[in-house]
Ligand binder design. Structure first.
Ligand SMILES: Cc1ncc(COP(=O)(O)O)c(C=O)c1O
Length: 476
């Protein structure tokens, strides 16, 4: 069963729990909050497995695949066997791997800023490969590896920014192996940016690497065991057919990569391309209103959770689907719902429908059930909506104009293809709103809760204990 049907049949139904009146009237009672199911991310593990399989098929058996976990660490819960390595870029990501018992030899410990303690932890855990992005990294890694066996290191070549080293630094290191007896310079690491849509960009990287590796061979007889390359392959977010476009790009790029792999031991690392298609973000419609000739939808999520690369001023429309909600429990909200129905009944005449909506809204309590039903029957079942989040900023617009089936308060919107970076890059602390739930979905097991809501209010205030210990009273 696809995620969409699963949610309709299980997840939404399950929320139809009636609240006890007494509980609702207790101002301290948090039941509404506890019953809330959104916002939430659903990561489809079947889709992730299928994507990894597809990429492996294109690349062939001889090119090992690395998953860059910064794109979505939750997918470590369903990492396919065929993933040779995971790229880990911070002490926090290393902790996640340790807690999830990821085999240390699978780890490539990377990152532009490494401290001695981070390197020590990584080596003590037994990571397969470390990267070095500077001369200092190489020195620290050599010092720390002393007495712990020869540590494999790949040297990151810069692509013209703060990451990696110049060709000259790498040449210096390779030609002075005797100064770094505790390290084995296992290969070269190269990454020149994300969301690459043009095959030419990847071709250029391959030419550049070929030149550099050939000169290392010629000058120093250097023979790398691994050339770890991140192609930064693009994901299609805003234009169907999504998978076909991506696979066409993958097809062309993989021919170039396989050509390179005939001369050098290539490894490919990817985040976005593997993770993006398997994510859906579900947010609930909490309010609908009409002003400035626009149908505004206010959701419980927002741009602090959901991010699409290339989304400019909310002008682009990602895949969105609507799940009918359970309806509203309270009469006044029901009035709003009628207004929204009326609003939708005026095709292409938003001004007029807005006026009608207002009028109906104020008089809505008088409408009989039959009248409401007749309005509902006359509903035009599609409309343009401006989908907004719950933050106090005019920037919190998920999509400026989306053409959708008629929405009602209580409905859910599912945003697709957000399995990469949204969950890790969102500015989750803004406005002290809760962080979304995370579910892992599979056809076999349905949706399994991986992380509950996380309250962020405590992160945006002084820690009472710390404040007390330093002599500050928070409670005057
Ligand atoms: C070194 C390195 N490798 C791989 C990746 C993953 O890139 P992408 O998500 O574009 O595949 C990144 C992303 O920042 C990176 O810095």
């Amino acid at each position: 069963m696809e995620l969409q049907s699963y949610l309709k049949e299980n997840w939404i139904k399950q929320q139809n729990t009636e609240l006890n009146e007494l509980e609702i009237n207790d101002p301290l009672y948090q039941a509404e909050e506890e019953l809330a199911e959104s916002p939430a991310f659903f990561f489809d593990q079947d889709k992730f497995a299928a994507r990894v399989k597809k990429v492996k098929e294109y690349l062939g058996e001889n090119i090992p695949l690395t998953f860059s976990i910064k794109a979505n660490p939750f997918l470590l819960n369903c990492l396919p066997e065929t993933i040779a390595h995971v790229e880990v870029c911070s002490p926090g990501e290393l902790t996640i791997c340790q807690k999830m018992a990821i085999a240390p030899e699978k780890i490539i410990y990377s990152g532009v800023m490494k401290e001695r303690t981070d390197i020590r932890r990584a080596i003590l855990y037994g990571v397969g490969i470390l990267t070095a992005e500077s001369l200092l990294h190489v020195k620290m890694e050599n010092d720390i590896a002393e007495g712990m066996g020869r540590q494999k290191v790949i040297l990151r070549l810069t692509s013209g920014n703060q990451f990696g080293m110049s060709e000259e630094d790498i040449e210096y290191i390779i030609s002075h192996q005797d100064r770094f007896p505790n390290l084995e310079f296992y290969g070269i690491h190269y990454y020149s940016g994300t969301q690459k849509k043009k095959v030419k960009q990847i071709e250029k990287d391959m030419f550049h690497l070929t030149d550099f590796l050939s000169s290392l061979e010629e000058k120093y007889g250097y023979d790398p065991k691994l050339v770890e390359y991140g192609p930064g392959l693009a994901t299609e977010y805003f234009k169907a057919p999504y998978d076909q476009t991506e696979y066409a790009l993958l097809g062309e790029v993989s021919e170039i990569l396989k050509g390179f792999a005939e001369s050098f031991p290539l490894g490919i690392e990817m985040g976005r391309f593997l993770a993006a298609p398997c994510g859906t973000y579900v947010t609930q419609v909490k309010d609908l209103k009409y002003s400035n000739e626009t149908n505004y939808v206010i959701c419980d999520g927002g741009i602090h959770h959901l991010k699409y690369y290339g989304q400019t001023m909310a002008m682009q429309v990602p895949p969105i689907w609507v799940l009918p909600g359970i309806g509203e429990r309270d009469g006044s909200v029901r009035g709003m719902r009628r207004a929204a129905y009326v609003d939708n009944s005026r095709e292409n005449d938003k001004k007029q429908s807005g006026a009608v909506a207002k009028e109906r809204l104020t008089g809505s309590q008088e409408a009989t059930e039959e009248q409401v039903l007749s309005v509902m029957e006359a509903v035009v079942d599609e409309n343009d909506y401006c989908i907004c989040g719950s933050l106090c900023t005019v920037a919190d617009i998920l999509v400026r104009e989306a053409h959708l089936p008629a929405l009602h308060v209580g409905d859910y919107l599912g945003f697709g293809r957000c399995g990469a970076y949204s969950v890790t890059e969102g500015s989750a602390l803004f406005l002290s709103r809760k962080m979304p739930r995370i579910y892992l979905f599979s056809q076999k097991d349905g949706a399994k809760l991986m992380r509950d809501f996380v309250a962020t209010d405590k992160l945006n205030m002084a820690d009472p204990l710390k404040a007390c210990l330093s002599g500050v009273s928070l409670w005057n």
